[in-house]
Each structure stands twice: as structure tokens, then as C-alpha cells.
Design a protein. Structure first.
Length: 246
């Protein structure tokens, strides 16, 4: 088996994660921002939009195994497998390359979404709505409960993804996309189901940096929850998968 270069891994993860976040942030902006043609489309549109964003991102990042999510990377490492993807052995260097590609891609995707909706961001007067298109937030603020919700949602995501590898059906990105829709429909309400550290952190950084009229703070006090919760959930899923496979 030929080894895939770390440059290829980085470029693949940047591309796939950028497309994921462009379409994911884009669907939220489409539904929430003032004067958008899809204003008021509702939560169902958002969860299916995120699912289709994952579908596109997985195909775009096929060269690296399409992690698109540090929790998936951590879950694979914790599962005891030897490779992150065919030709990509698990090392410190490859792990950091995945993390870097995922974060850079998430930031790039958020910038592209802002460019696509720039005039609508200028027309929006509610700072909370503006931030809500970029990052997640709790419906009821309770740090322990919010972390638990993110751990549970990410555990389901990563564990089921790991078990997809045991299935003889070659369905490609479709099962992952439907899984994300299902998590959003069932577990998304309490925290906005980040279930991916860079999905929240990358766009939140971009929100803090962009010159968006009427924006306020980026709610950094909450920002660690959708990072730590998914990482814990991913690690637990990997360990559980390893235990189940014994």
C-alpha cells in the first residue's frame, strides 16, 4: 500500500472541512439572516442542510479518509486501529496534520459563507442571530449538562462511523450524512449539536475577526464546551469500539 503524504492529508482535510462548513454555516445563515430568501425555513431545513454538507465534505476529502472532525480523528486513534485512512499510518505528525487541516478548513469555510451572505450580514441587526450562524450555543445554559449532551451526541456519531467500517454495504457518504441528520433531529436542541470541535471553534474565530456590522462578542466563555465535549465523546467511542471488537 502506498503511503499518502501529509501534504495530501492536509489539503484533503482543508478542502473537505471548508465545504462542510461553507454549506453548514450557509444553511443557518440562509434560514436566519435578515432579507434572506429562505428566512424562516426552520430547524428541519437546518438539520438536513448540515447532513448534506457532511455528504459533500466526505466526498471532497476522500483522499484523507474524510475525518473533517478532530473527534473522529481521536476516535480512530482510541479505537486501536493502525491507520487513519488507507496509506496514512497513525503518528503524532499525521494526527497534528489532521487537526490543522480541519481547523484551517473550518475557518476558510466560515469566511466563504460570510462572503456569500455579506450583504445579509450587513442587514442583520441582532448580534445573537449573527453569532448563531457561525457557532453553537446552549438553549439552557448549564455547563455540566451542555458537556454531557455534546459527549453523548459525539459518541453516537463516532461510534456509528467506526461501525460503518464493519458493514459490507458500500454506501459511501450517505450513511454519515443521515447519521448527522438523525443526531440533529434527536439531540440537537439543547446545545446546537456541535459534535465537532472545529465546526464550532473555526467559525467562532472567524466571527471574532470579521468586520461584521452589528455583531457583538463571540461568547468565548462557552467556546470550550463544544471543543471538550466532542473530544471526550470521540475518545470514549473509540475505546468502546475497541472493547466491543475484542
Amino acid at each position: 500500500m502506498d503511503t499518502v503524504s501529509l501534504l495530501t492529508v492536509f489539503g484533503s482535510e482543508v478542502t473537505g472541512t471548508a465545504i462542510l462548513i461553507l454549506l453548514g454555516v450557509g444553511v443557518v445563515a440562509n434560514v436566519l439572516l435578515a432579507k434572506s430568501g429562505a428566512l424562516g425555513g426552520g430547524y428541519i431545513v437546518i438539520i438536513f442542510g448540515w447532513g448534506l454538507a457532511v455528504f459533500a465534505g466526505v466526498y471532497a476529502a476522500a483522499s484523507s479518509g474524510a475525518h473533517l472532525n478532530p473527534a473522529v480523528t481521536v476516535g480512530l486513534w482510541a479505537s486501536g486501529t493502525s491507520d487513519y485512512a488507507p496509506g496514512v499510518p497513525i503518528t503524532i505528525g499525521s494526527t497534528l496534520t489532521y487537526f490543522a487541516g480541519e481547523l484551517v478548513g473550518a475557518m476558510l469555510g466560515a469566511v466563504l459563507a460570510w462572503l456569500a451572505f455579506r450583504k445579509h450580514y450587513e442587514a442583520e441587526t441582532d448580534p445573537g442571530t449573527i453569532l448563531g450562524t457561525f457557532s453553537t450555543g446552549p438553549a439552557i445554559k448549564s455547563t455540566p449538562d451542555n458537556i454531557i449532551t455534546e459527549v453523548i451526541g459525539t459518541f453516537v456519531l463516532v461510534y456509528v462511523i467506526l461501525r460503518f467500517g464493519d458493514s459490507p454495504a458500500q454506501l459511501g457518504a450517505l450513511p454519515v450524512a443521515l447519521l448527522v441528520v438523525g443526531i440533529g433531529a434527536s439531540l440537537g436542541g439543547p446545545t446546537g449539536y456541535a459534535i465537532n470541535p472545529v465546526r464550532d471553534l473555526g467559525p467562532r474565530i472567524v466571527h471574532s475577526l470579521l468586520p461584521i456590522k452589528n455583531k457583538s462578542g463571540s461568547n468565548w466563555a462557552y467556546s470550550w464546551v463544544p471543543v471538550v465535549g466532542p473530544l471526550i465523546g470521540g475518545a470514549l467511542a473509540g475505546l468502546f469500539a475497541q472493547f466491543v471488537h475484542i
